[in-house]
Design a binder for this molecule. Structure first.
Ligand code: NAP
Length: 246
Protein backbone atom coordinates (compact mmCIF):
# COMPACT_ATOMS: atom_id res chain seq x y z
CA UNK A 1 0.00 0.00 0.00
CA UNK A 2 1.34 3.44 -0.83
CA UNK A 3 2.12 5.92 1.90
CA UNK A 4 -0.89 7.53 3.62
CA UNK A 5 -0.92 11.31 3.64
CA UNK A 6 -2.26 13.58 6.40
CA UNK A 7 -2.75 17.35 6.47
CA UNK A 8 -2.62 18.83 9.97
CA UNK A 9 -3.67 22.48 10.31
CA UNK A 10 -2.26 24.53 13.18
CA UNK A 11 0.81 22.28 13.23
CA UNK A 12 3.21 25.03 14.32
CA UNK A 13 2.35 24.67 18.02
CA UNK A 14 0.55 22.73 20.73
CA UNK A 15 -1.88 19.98 19.81
CA UNK A 16 -1.21 20.30 16.07
CA UNK A 17 2.57 19.92 16.39
CA UNK A 18 2.12 16.91 18.69
CA UNK A 19 -0.37 15.41 16.24
CA UNK A 20 2.01 15.86 13.32
CA UNK A 21 4.69 14.01 15.32
CA UNK A 22 2.27 11.25 16.34
CA UNK A 23 0.95 10.71 12.82
CA UNK A 24 4.47 10.63 11.36
CA UNK A 25 5.40 7.99 13.94
CA UNK A 26 2.30 6.04 12.87
CA UNK A 27 3.55 6.00 9.26
CA UNK A 28 1.82 8.98 7.66
CA UNK A 29 3.50 11.47 5.39
CA UNK A 30 2.47 14.63 7.21
CA UNK A 31 1.85 18.00 5.62
CA UNK A 32 2.27 20.36 8.54
CA UNK A 33 0.32 23.56 7.87
CA UNK A 34 0.05 26.92 9.68
CA UNK A 35 1.11 30.55 9.24
CA UNK A 36 4.53 30.40 10.97
CA UNK A 37 6.63 28.67 8.33
CA UNK A 38 9.95 28.65 10.23
CA UNK A 39 8.43 26.51 12.96
CA UNK A 40 6.91 24.16 10.40
CA UNK A 41 10.23 23.78 8.63
CA UNK A 42 11.90 22.71 11.89
CA UNK A 43 9.08 20.29 12.65
CA UNK A 44 9.08 18.83 9.14
CA UNK A 45 12.83 18.30 9.27
CA UNK A 46 12.39 16.45 12.58
CA UNK A 47 9.57 14.13 11.42
CA UNK A 48 10.35 13.85 7.73
CA UNK A 49 7.19 15.71 6.72
CA UNK A 50 6.38 18.68 4.53
CA UNK A 51 5.96 22.25 5.79
CA UNK A 52 3.17 24.29 4.23
CA UNK A 53 2.33 27.92 4.89
CA UNK A 54 -1.43 28.12 5.39
CA UNK A 55 -3.83 30.73 6.64
CA UNK A 56 -7.22 29.05 6.98
CA UNK A 57 -8.91 32.46 6.94
CA UNK A 58 -7.58 33.12 3.42
CA UNK A 59 -9.36 31.28 0.59
CA UNK A 60 -6.35 31.73 -1.74
CA UNK A 61 -4.05 30.10 0.82
CA UNK A 62 -6.42 27.13 1.17
CA UNK A 63 -6.60 26.82 -2.63
CA UNK A 64 -2.81 26.84 -2.87
CA UNK A 65 -2.46 23.97 -0.38
CA UNK A 66 -5.18 22.02 -2.17
CA UNK A 67 -3.55 22.44 -5.58
CA UNK A 68 -0.27 21.04 -4.28
CA UNK A 69 -1.76 17.76 -2.99
CA UNK A 70 -1.28 14.51 -4.87
CA UNK A 71 -3.13 12.37 -2.31
CA UNK A 72 -4.93 12.82 0.99
CA UNK A 73 -6.13 10.21 3.50
CA UNK A 74 -6.56 12.28 6.66
CA UNK A 75 -7.41 15.92 7.34
CA UNK A 76 -6.97 17.14 10.92
CA UNK A 77 -8.74 20.49 11.27
CA UNK A 78 -6.94 21.73 14.36
CA UNK A 79 -6.15 25.41 13.64
CA UNK A 80 -8.09 27.59 16.02
CA UNK A 81 -8.21 29.22 19.39
CA UNK A 82 -9.78 31.91 21.55
CA UNK A 83 -9.27 35.66 21.78
CA UNK A 84 -10.15 37.36 25.05
CA UNK A 85 -12.50 36.48 27.88
CA UNK A 86 -14.96 39.30 27.50
CA UNK A 87 -18.58 39.40 28.71
CA UNK A 88 -21.04 39.68 25.84
CA UNK A 89 -21.75 43.29 26.79
CA UNK A 90 -18.06 44.15 26.22
CA UNK A 91 -17.62 42.00 23.09
CA UNK A 92 -15.01 43.09 20.59
CA UNK A 93 -16.18 42.70 16.97
CA UNK A 94 -12.70 42.09 15.61
CA UNK A 95 -11.87 39.33 18.12
CA UNK A 96 -15.15 37.59 17.41
CA UNK A 97 -14.61 37.93 13.67
CA UNK A 98 -11.17 36.29 13.88
CA UNK A 99 -12.52 33.47 16.08
CA UNK A 100 -15.33 32.76 13.62
CA UNK A 101 -13.04 33.03 10.60
CA UNK A 102 -10.50 30.61 12.09
CA UNK A 103 -12.51 28.04 14.06
CA UNK A 104 -15.62 27.83 11.86
CA UNK A 105 -15.09 29.25 8.37
CA UNK A 106 -11.51 27.93 8.28
CA UNK A 107 -12.69 24.45 9.17
CA UNK A 108 -15.46 24.65 6.57
CA UNK A 109 -13.10 25.96 3.86
CA UNK A 110 -10.47 23.29 4.45
CA UNK A 111 -13.05 20.52 4.55
CA UNK A 112 -14.85 21.72 1.43
CA UNK A 113 -11.59 22.03 -0.48
CA UNK A 114 -10.17 18.66 0.56
CA UNK A 115 -13.21 16.38 0.49
CA UNK A 116 -12.66 15.46 -3.17
CA UNK A 117 -9.11 14.26 -2.40
CA UNK A 118 -10.30 12.37 0.70
CA UNK A 119 -13.01 10.71 -1.38
CA UNK A 120 -10.51 9.75 -4.06
CA UNK A 121 -8.27 8.11 -1.44
CA UNK A 122 -10.92 5.43 -0.92
CA UNK A 123 -10.91 5.63 2.89
CA UNK A 124 -10.77 9.26 3.92
CA UNK A 125 -11.01 10.68 7.42
CA UNK A 126 -11.73 14.18 8.76
CA UNK A 127 -10.79 14.76 12.40
CA UNK A 128 -11.92 18.10 13.81
CA UNK A 129 -10.40 19.39 17.02
CA UNK A 130 -13.35 20.83 18.89
CA UNK A 131 -13.46 21.48 22.61
CA UNK A 132 -15.57 20.88 25.69
CA UNK A 133 -16.51 24.50 24.92
CA UNK A 134 -18.49 23.02 22.02
CA UNK A 135 -21.14 21.79 24.47
CA UNK A 136 -20.45 23.70 27.70
CA UNK A 137 -20.42 27.43 28.42
CA UNK A 138 -18.72 29.75 30.91
CA UNK A 139 -18.80 33.39 31.92
CA UNK A 140 -16.82 35.54 29.50
CA UNK A 141 -16.50 32.64 27.07
CA UNK A 142 -19.30 33.40 24.58
CA UNK A 143 -16.96 34.34 21.73
CA UNK A 144 -15.11 31.03 21.96
CA UNK A 145 -17.93 28.76 23.10
CA UNK A 146 -20.15 30.01 20.28
CA UNK A 147 -17.57 29.14 17.62
CA UNK A 148 -16.88 25.70 19.08
CA UNK A 149 -20.64 25.03 19.34
CA UNK A 150 -20.90 26.03 15.66
CA UNK A 151 -17.94 23.88 14.62
CA UNK A 152 -19.55 20.93 16.42
CA UNK A 153 -22.76 21.48 14.43
CA UNK A 154 -20.74 21.51 11.20
CA UNK A 155 -18.99 18.26 12.17
CA UNK A 156 -22.24 16.50 13.00
CA UNK A 157 -23.92 17.76 9.83
CA UNK A 158 -21.02 16.51 7.74
CA UNK A 159 -21.44 13.02 9.20
CA UNK A 160 -25.06 13.00 8.01
CA UNK A 161 -24.22 14.38 4.58
CA UNK A 162 -21.42 11.88 3.93
CA UNK A 163 -23.34 8.83 5.11
CA UNK A 164 -22.71 6.04 2.60
CA UNK A 165 -19.36 7.44 1.51
CA UNK A 166 -16.00 6.00 2.55
CA UNK A 167 -15.14 9.03 4.71
CA UNK A 168 -15.07 9.00 8.51
CA UNK A 169 -15.83 12.08 10.62
CA UNK A 170 -14.47 12.44 14.15
CA UNK A 171 -14.48 15.24 16.71
CA UNK A 172 -11.87 15.39 19.47
CA UNK A 173 -13.03 17.55 22.39
CA UNK A 174 -10.33 18.38 24.94
CA UNK A 175 -10.60 20.22 28.22
CA UNK A 176 -7.63 22.30 29.42
CA UNK A 177 -4.44 21.60 27.48
CA UNK A 178 -1.13 23.37 28.23
CA UNK A 179 -0.23 24.88 24.85
CA UNK A 180 0.07 28.44 23.54
CA UNK A 181 -3.73 28.64 23.64
CA UNK A 182 -3.97 30.74 26.83
CA UNK A 183 -1.06 32.98 25.79
CA UNK A 184 -2.82 33.74 22.49
CA UNK A 185 -6.16 34.20 24.25
CA UNK A 186 -4.68 36.80 26.62
CA UNK A 187 -2.67 38.66 23.97
CA UNK A 188 0.75 37.46 25.16
CA UNK A 189 0.12 38.18 28.88
CA UNK A 190 2.23 35.36 30.37
CA UNK A 191 1.03 35.83 33.93
CA UNK A 192 -2.62 35.65 32.97
CA UNK A 193 -1.94 32.66 30.72
CA UNK A 194 -0.10 30.81 33.50
CA UNK A 195 -3.03 31.42 35.88
CA UNK A 196 -5.22 29.30 33.58
CA UNK A 197 -3.31 26.20 34.68
CA UNK A 198 -2.34 27.27 38.23
CA UNK A 199 -2.61 24.54 40.85
CA UNK A 200 -3.91 21.88 38.47
CA UNK A 201 -2.38 19.41 36.03
CA UNK A 202 -3.58 20.14 32.48
CA UNK A 203 -3.42 17.80 29.51
CA UNK A 204 -0.42 18.07 27.21
CA UNK A 205 -0.57 18.34 23.44
CA UNK A 206 0.73 14.77 23.33
CA UNK A 207 -2.24 13.54 25.41
CA UNK A 208 -4.64 14.91 22.80
CA UNK A 209 -2.49 13.80 19.87
CA UNK A 210 -2.65 10.23 21.17
CA UNK A 211 -6.46 10.37 20.95
CA UNK A 212 -6.26 11.67 17.38
CA UNK A 213 -3.77 9.04 16.28
CA UNK A 214 -5.83 6.31 17.97
CA UNK A 215 -9.06 7.42 16.26
CA UNK A 216 -7.27 7.55 12.90
CA UNK A 217 -5.85 4.09 13.43
CA UNK A 218 -9.18 2.28 13.81
CA UNK A 219 -10.19 0.08 10.85
CA UNK A 220 -11.99 1.96 8.05
CA UNK A 221 -15.44 0.60 9.03
CA UNK A 222 -15.10 2.00 12.58
CA UNK A 223 -16.05 5.66 13.05
CA UNK A 224 -15.11 7.21 16.38
CA UNK A 225 -17.75 9.95 16.51
CA UNK A 226 -16.13 11.89 19.32
CA UNK A 227 -13.69 11.72 22.17
CA UNK A 228 -14.05 13.99 25.20
CA UNK A 229 -10.74 14.14 27.05
CA UNK A 230 -10.12 16.26 30.12
CA UNK A 231 -7.55 16.55 32.86
CA UNK A 232 -8.49 14.55 35.96
CA UNK A 233 -8.50 17.95 37.72
CA UNK A 234 -11.32 19.28 35.50
CA UNK A 235 -14.93 18.07 35.81
CA UNK A 236 -16.41 20.78 33.55
CA UNK A 237 -15.13 24.02 32.02
CA UNK A 238 -16.12 25.75 35.26
CA UNK A 239 -15.26 23.01 37.80
CA UNK A 240 -11.49 22.80 38.22
CA UNK A 241 -9.67 21.36 41.19
CA UNK A 242 -6.76 23.67 42.06
CA UNK A 243 -4.33 22.70 44.78
CA UNK A 244 -3.52 25.53 47.20
CA UNK A 245 -0.10 27.08 46.57
CA UNK A 246 0.12 25.27 43.20
P1 NAP B 1 -1.96 26.79 20.12
O1 NAP B 1 -0.76 26.21 20.77
O2 NAP B 1 -2.18 28.25 20.23
O3 NAP B 1 -1.98 26.35 18.59
C1 NAP B 1 -2.90 26.91 17.68
C2 NAP B 1 -2.46 26.58 16.27
O4 NAP B 1 -3.42 27.11 15.35
C3 NAP B 1 -1.11 27.19 15.95
O5 NAP B 1 -0.33 26.23 15.27
C4 NAP B 1 -1.47 28.34 15.01
O6 NAP B 1 -0.40 28.49 14.07
C5 NAP B 1 -2.71 27.79 14.33
N1 NAP B 1 -3.52 28.83 13.71
C6 NAP B 1 -4.13 29.87 14.32
N2 NAP B 1 -4.74 30.64 13.40
C7 NAP B 1 -4.49 30.08 12.19
C8 NAP B 1 -4.83 30.42 10.86
N3 NAP B 1 -5.55 31.52 10.57
N4 NAP B 1 -4.42 29.62 9.85
C9 NAP B 1 -3.67 28.52 10.12
N5 NAP B 1 -3.32 28.14 11.36
C10 NAP B 1 -3.72 28.93 12.38
O7 NAP B 1 -3.29 26.12 20.73
P2 NAP B 1 -3.78 24.59 20.84
O8 NAP B 1 -4.28 24.41 22.20
O9 NAP B 1 -2.77 23.65 20.30
O10 NAP B 1 -5.05 24.67 19.88
C11 NAP B 1 -5.32 23.73 18.87
C12 NAP B 1 -6.83 23.50 18.79
O11 NAP B 1 -7.28 22.92 20.02
C13 NAP B 1 -7.65 24.77 18.60
O12 NAP B 1 -8.70 24.53 17.70
C14 NAP B 1 -8.22 25.03 20.01
O13 NAP B 1 -9.41 25.76 19.95
C15 NAP B 1 -8.42 23.61 20.47
N6 NAP B 1 -8.52 23.40 21.92
C16 NAP B 1 -7.53 23.84 22.77
C17 NAP B 1 -7.66 23.63 24.14
C18 NAP B 1 -6.63 24.08 25.14
O14 NAP B 1 -6.92 24.16 26.34
N7 NAP B 1 -5.39 24.36 24.71
C19 NAP B 1 -8.81 22.98 24.64
C20 NAP B 1 -9.77 22.55 23.75
C21 NAP B 1 -9.62 22.77 22.40
P3 NAP B 1 0.10 29.87 13.41
O15 NAP B 1 -0.08 30.95 14.45
O16 NAP B 1 1.54 29.57 13.08
O17 NAP B 1 -0.76 30.04 12.21
Amino acid sequence: MSERVAVVTGASAGIGAATARGLAAAGYRVIAAARRLERLEALAAEIGGEPCRLDVTDPASVAELTAGLDRLDLLVNNAGGALGLDPVEQSDDERWRVMWETNVLGLMRMTRALLPALRAAGNGHVINVGSVSGFEIYTGGAGYTSVKHAARAVTQTLRLELLGEPIRITEINPGLVATEFALVRFGGDEERAAATYRGMTPLTGDDVAECIVWAAGRPPHVNIDEIVVRPRDQASVAHIHRRPGG
